[in-house]
Design a protein around this ligand. Structure first.
Ligand code: B1M
Length: 227
């Protein structure tokens, strides 16, 4: 039997290496993902091909098992961190090569709310899917979203709330966008445990995202429609 530790990534052919990287992402092995990413680049792979075939495809498997309750938050955070370690190598190369990013999202937890684990997970999964993500952190007043929109020119605005007392603040942000005539310039996605689809509709968001995997799928499909 081949032990994980016995596998020498550099000795695998491209196809085997990509499959191994999917496994390593699943297992949250950041060092291996960094190494595999560098090996593929050294073999002449385009950064975008490494991103989509080795990292995003691997993370898609993680997303599916997270959605289906096979993987749990700590495991997904480790996968997401491994993904980030590969992305860290690819990011400057992608920027330099002008490879298509899926779009840019700003995401933050709303005013009065300091819960950030779910929001962080969404941000990481979105990055894993090829979106550029600007994380505004927690406790964001409407001014903070507006400043970030102005500075970063996103295509997607994401808001998170975990408290029934803070989720109505999403409407304050969306109403402000409407007042300023900016609402239709952005895809607005909302999420957080106490929300549901009816709430998202009532505040004027484009979609409610039950979890990080749904956020990625929704962002992809709405971005494709808007393109
Ligand atoms: Co708080 N807390 N908490 N808490 N806390 C809840 C939310 C609560 C349900 C616990 C309970 O009573 N059963 C309750 C809310 C009750 C309510 O509003 N009806 C609660 C309370 C009351 C409070 C305090 C008021 C407690 C107090 O001080 N008396 C206080 C509030 C502080 C504040 O925000 N002002 C408080 C504080 C805290 C801690 C600081 C201790 C800690 C937060 C640490 C942190 O985030 N850094 C904490 C925690 C950990 C929780 C629970 C236990 C877990 C939340 C979590 O991280 N879940 C939570 C109980 C629960 O939810 N079971 C609870 C894991 C995370 C991966 O899931 O955040 O749902 P989630 O994110 C998911 C989806 O919702 C979605 O995707 C994510 C990944 O799949 N999603 C999005 C989330 N955001 C999205 C944004 C998107 C898309 C999808 O944008 C596009």
């Amino acid at each position: 039997m081949v032990d994980e530790e016995d596998i020498i990534l550099a000795e695998l052919d491209d196809e085997e290496l990509v499959l191994q990287m999917h496994d390593d992402l699943y297992d949250g092995l950041a060092d291996e993902i960094r190494e595999g990413t560098q090996i593929l680049l050294d073999r002449g792979w385009e950064p975008y091909k490494v991103l989509t075939e080795a990292l995003v495809e691997g993370m898609t498997i993680v997303g599916i098992d997270f959605r289906d309750g096979i993987l749990f938050v700590p495991e997904v955070l480790m996968s997401a961190n491994s993904m980030k370690s590969g992305m860290f190598i690819l990011k400057p190369l992608l920027a330099a090569s002008g490879a298509p990013m899926m779009g840019k999202m700003i995401i933050g937890t709303v005013k009065g709310d300091i819960h950030d684990i779910g929001k962080n997970l969404v941000g990481m999964m979105m990055e894993g899917a090829g979106f550029e993500v600007v994380d505004l952190g927690i406790n964001n007043a409407v001014e903070s979203y507006l400043e970030a929109i102005d500075e970063h020119k996103p295509t997607i605005l994401g808001m998170s709330a975990l408290l029934t007392t803070t989720m109505p603040y999403m409407k304050v942000v969306i109403d402000t966008l409407i007042e300023k005539g900016m609402r239709d310039d952005y895809i607005v996605l909302v999420g957080g445990a106490p929300l549901n689809e009816a709430f998202a509709e009532s505040v004027g968001a484009d979609a409610y995202c039950r979890d990080a995997a749904v956020a990625v799928e929704t962002a992809k499909s709405l971005s494709a429609k808007a393109a």
